[in-house]
Design a protein around this ligand. Structure first.
Ligand code: LLP
Length: 433
């Protein structure tokens, strides 16, 4: 197992377990599709990052958008973790989980007036501001409420990782995110004396996932250059938020361990005296979750064989949206079958090559193309691995499909942390006169 991406999903007695619990036992009681998260894995990843960056004055703000279930947030809040949010809804989640508002950072290009009021009233730690006009608006609302807002400008450093999918690249000039680095100094100077703003932060988020430390190093060097130039004109930056994007292993072996990022980043920042924030999402939650589904049917079209399962793009949209590949394998092994090595081209003996598809009326509703699996039958369980981040969080009710249940496993016990939706949930908001 690659260091830093350890997870607690393992085959014991030919059955897939999460921590100490057989996932089939969960399916039997909760049904499928179901997301199953390992608390031990979530905490392991959080602590791994904390240890790797320990030489810095660091706050980890877990990115709520990856996996925002309040029970997961509660687990992390219990460790002293802060939170990166992008909406009032995410702030409500953090508050419901008992997270500390003072450790919340709020990014996003489209914060509404209501969300700004909500965040100021809650007393969040920092606003990551993405445009000059947004900063004007924040100042006006803070004045109206008679409070001061702590602010970082999200600077767009024009740095990106060419391996990051175009849909999740954010640090390039032509994306909608952040303030152009060439404009940033003027904005700091314009608002430096604003009575209702404490403008001493600088924020970066260059995209996700970023597969190597290089792009962070490039972006941080640019940020430090700007911080130096701002210092010369008397604008002191005290907080540097370097964003998220630390990769997780989607079964390609490409994800570097936390230390590889940290070693490069810590070397640049340890003598700066800056308070540092990181905003990991998937590094913490991706490998901490599987999506478990049941085989409904098999069929053949031309030469192609299909396995049709009860999970679909409505449960996990990443393959359809980003051509993402998740390792998929049965939860139960036949006698004599080896436990799978988690790599895309793993082929067990007697395997057949199949497309694994859902029941939604879209041709893109495919969870995995051309996968070598042992022969599957109706009722067999299939696990989609590394589905903890941007899995349930991006689920929809398209085709009026109730969203899946979520389960949290803590060692030898487990509990439902989100019940399966019902048809009543689907129509509830429409029951208006
Ligand atoms: N901070 C900010 C400001 C972000 O926008 C994001 C992610 C993160 C932190 C956390 O990124 P992470 O560490 O999880 O990579 N749905 C896509 C990912 C979209 C990411 C959006 N922003 C996916 O499934 O890959």
């Amino acid at each position: 197992m690659i260091p830093g991406t350890m997870d607690k999903f393992e085959y014991k007695n030919r059955a897939l377990h999460c921590d100490d619990i057989s996932v089939a036992d969960i399916a039997q009681q909760v049904g499928t599709p179901v997301y199953i998260y390992s608390a031990q894995t979530l905490l392991h990843h959080y602590r791994t990052l904390q240890a790797a960056f320990s030489q810095l004055d660091l706050t980890i703000c877990y990115s709520v958008k990856g996996l925002g279930n309040i029970h997961v947030l509660k687990l992390l809040a219990g460790e002293g973790c802060g939170f990166d949010i992008v909406s009032g809804g995410e702030l409500a989640r953090v508050q419901a989980a008992g997270g500390q508002a003072s450790k919340v950072v709020f990014a996003g290009v489209g914060k509404t007036d209501e969300e700004i009021r909500q965040a100021l009233t809650a007393g969040i730690g920092m606003f990551n501001i993405e445009s000059e006009q947004e900063l004007e608006n924040l100042s006006a609302i803070a004045a109206e409420l008679g409070v001061a807002a702590h602010v970082a400008l999200r600077v767009n450093p024009d740095v990106f990782d060419p391996k990051t999918h175009a849909y999740t690249t954010t640090g390039k000039k032509e994306t909608k995110f952040g303030i152009d680095i060439d404009r940033a100094r003027a904005v700091y100077e314009r608002f430096r004396d604003d009575e209702y703003l404490t403008l001493d932060g600088l924020d970066l988020h260059i995209g996700s996932p970023i597969y190597s430390p290089g792009p962070y190093v490039d972006a941080i060097k640019k940020a430090l250059g700007l911080i130096g130039r701002l210092g010369e004109v008397g604008v002191e930056i005290k907080v540097l938020d370097i964003g998220g994007g630390y990769a997780a292993d989607y079964e390609t072996g490409e994800s570097p361990p936390a230390t590889e990022y940290a070693d490069a980043i810590v070397a640049l920042l340890k003598d700066t005296g800056l308070k540092v924030i990181i905003e990991p999402g998937r590094f913490i939650s991706c490998n901490a979750g599987v999506l478990l589904s049941k085989v409904l049917y098999r069929k053949q079209g031309g030469e192609k064989r299909f396995i049709i399962v009860d999970a679909a793009m409505t449960d996990l949209i990443r393959p359809a949206l980003y051509q993402a590949e998740h390792f998929i394998y049965p939860a139960k092994l036949a006698p004599g079958d080896p436990a799978p090595e988690r790599r895309m081209n793993f082929a067990p003996p007697d395997s057949e090559v199949v497309d694994i598809v859902g029941g939604v009326c879209e041709s893109s509703d495919v969870l995995g193309y051309g996968r070598a699996l042992p022969p599957m039958s109706r009722g067999d369980l299939l696990a989609v691995f590394s589905a903890g981040a941007y899995g349930f969080a991006m689920a929809s009710q398209y085709n009026s499909r109730p969203r899946a249940a979520e389960v949290l496993v803590e060692g030898d016990s487990w509990r439902v942390i989100r019940r399966r939706e019902t048809y009543d949930d689907i129509i509830a908001a429409e029951l208006v006169e």
